[in-house]
Design a protein around this ligand. Structure first.
Ligand code: SAM
Ligand code: SF4
Length: 474
């Protein structure tokens, strides 16, 4: 049986999280309103905030100023991202795990968990079921185990891309798996992945040690913190960071996420593509300590502050959250959500509508179908998008930053989002979603001011509508 390779750090490995410094900043007093407005203005000028500036936003308690922060985040979201929301879904490939993370149902000490690794045929079946619902973008999720080495991850990715028929195909595969060594990232990258995601879970050293026993693979804080730096050095310049909120003080974790983003930007010239901020959910046999639970108000604040702190980074809100929270937070700067998600191994074909505790990592808050979520997004004025154009045209990493400017959205993102929406409406939508979507497309097209682009797009939308073409992008 293959063993997990010994950890090798990146060339620049450094523990850039100074707990005392961050705690010290958080002991500061609430800043004046003028200072907060200055910081919001800096962010609206699309300049990333420093850790100190982010801390000032976190120290605000005055409800009116908090409202100004929310409004700033809403405005920034509109100017940088427009009304697009990118949709994806997770596919759990295997839940065997050598680690014993205190919060996770897949932890090695959970003997009640049903362990399973999908075979290539089973991956194919899950992907077919997801494609039939209209998915185009997946994230593959793995426990940490010698069975899930780089070769296995790469083969799983290839299997997903190969599983296609007619209009059904997956166009982008992201990964959420354990940190790898340099050469293993190269192997995984070659399979054509999009983003490689690793969540630090908690950046607070002491809490990290409590949640991740020292004798486990994940017990090595620096190896995990350095995980995405190694990815960058191996050529995966599209990476996603995250923290599991509820393990430690939410304000500390928010600062540390910003520190991490700035570190990647400073050392590699590219910030993270995405930030995730999952809140801890009930899971089999997991006792959740209420001390650091993040309530909805705090959650709103942290999302708005992250939006302002890292203007160019995509923000992911998962189906861990319930529909009401998701709906409200969308306006604060979230740019990607999953929908129609199943997190049991084999869940897309085997478990119907129920959640099965023994088979899932944690409980989901939003079990609606992709079609229901699409319809709500459309009715709320969002443009749901399955666009994968940037990644497939090599516009990732630094290019992503360069292009994340208003003109770019109008030129590329909106038309591409509209084309992918039209595909969804024609191939997968319910009649009600289709009707709502067609109205939205018409409205969006009318708003385009570049006449040449408009006529090109109208031509393409007609081709899609008449089933003459698919996968057209600018
Ligand atoms: N095993 C890999 C790892 O730990 O990095 C990746 C897969 S893990 C299944 C994906 C993420 O799920 C973890 O990074 C963690 O943040 C999250 N997670 C684990 N338990 C959770 C829970 N009870 N509630 C919410 N999210 C959880
Ligand atoms: Fe394993 Fe990841 Fe769960 Fe930890 S969070 S027990 S590493 S699957």
């Amino acid at each position: 049986m293959p063993s997990i390779p010994a950890p090798i750090l990146s060339k620049t490995a450094i523990d850039f999280i100074d707990d005392d410094h961050l705690e010290g900043l958080l002991k500061g007093s609430a800043p004046q309103a003028a200072r907060i407005r200055e910081i919001i203005a800096k962010s609206l000028a699309k300049e990333p905030l420093s850790v100190e500036e982010t801390c000032d936003l976190l120290l605000v308690e005055d409800p009116e100023l908090v409202e100004e922060i929310f409004n700033g985040a809403r405005q920034l979201k509109e100017t940088v991202y427009g009304n697009r929301i990118v949709l994806f879904a997770p596919l759990y490939i295997g839940n065997r795990c050598v680690n014993n993370c205190s919060y996770c149902a897949f932890r090695s000490s959970n003997k009640d968990a049903i362990r399973r690794t999908l075979t290539p045929d089973e991956i194919g079946q899950q992907v077919e079921a997801m494609e039939k619902k209209g998915h185009k973008r997946l994230i593959l999720v793995f426990g940490e185990h010698s069975d899930y080495d780089a070769k296995f991850i790469a083969e799983s990715v290839r299997k997903v891309y190969e599983t296609r028929s007619g209009h059904d195909e997956i166009r982008r595969v992201n990964i959420n798996a354990a940190p790898l060594n340099h050469d293993d990232y190269v192997t995984v990258k070659e399979s054509g992945i999009g983003t490689y995601q690793i969540f630090q879970e908690t950046y607070h050293h002491e809490t990290y040690a409590q949640c991740h026993p020292a004798n486990t693979r994940k017990g090595n804080y620096l190896y995990r913190l350095d995980g995405l730096s190694r990815a960058m050095e191996a050529g995966c310049d599209d990476v996603g960071i995250g923290a599991l909120f509820g393990l430690y003080d939410w304000r500390f974790e928010t600062l540390a996420l910003v520190q991490h983003a700035l570190h990647l930007q400073q050392v590699y010239g590219v910030g993270p593509h995405t930030i995730s901020f999952p809140r801890i959910q009930a899971a089999q046999g997991v006792k959740i300590d209420n001390k650091y639970m993040v309530n909805d108000d705090q959650f709103k604040r942290l999302v708005a502050i992250l939006r302002l702190a890292v203007p160019y980074t995509g923000m992911i809100l998962t189906a861990r959250e319930n529909p009401e929270v998701r709906r409200e937070l969308l306006s604060f700067g979230v740019s990607q959500i999953d929908a129609g998600s199943r997190i049991e191994l084999g869940g897309y074909t085997e478990v119907g509508d129920a959640q099965v505790m023994e088979r899932e990592q944690f409980q989901l808050g939003d079990m609606r179908s992709l079609d229901e979520v699409m319809r709500e997004l459309i009715e709320d004025g969002y443009l749901p998008s399955f666009c994968t154009a940037c990644y497939r045209s090599g516009r990732t990493g630094e290019h992503f930053m360069e292009f994340a400017i208003p003109g770019f959205i109008k030129r590329f993102c909106t038309p591409n989002g509209l084309s992918t929406l039209m595909e969804y409406l024609m191939d997968y939508a319910s009649p009600a979603t289709r009707a709502a979507g067609e109205l939205l497309i018409q409205k969006e097209v009318e708003q385009l001011t570049d006449e040449k682009l408009k006529s090109q797009l109208v031509e393409r939308l007609d081709l899609i509508k008449n089933s003459k073409a698919r996968d057209l992008y600018f």
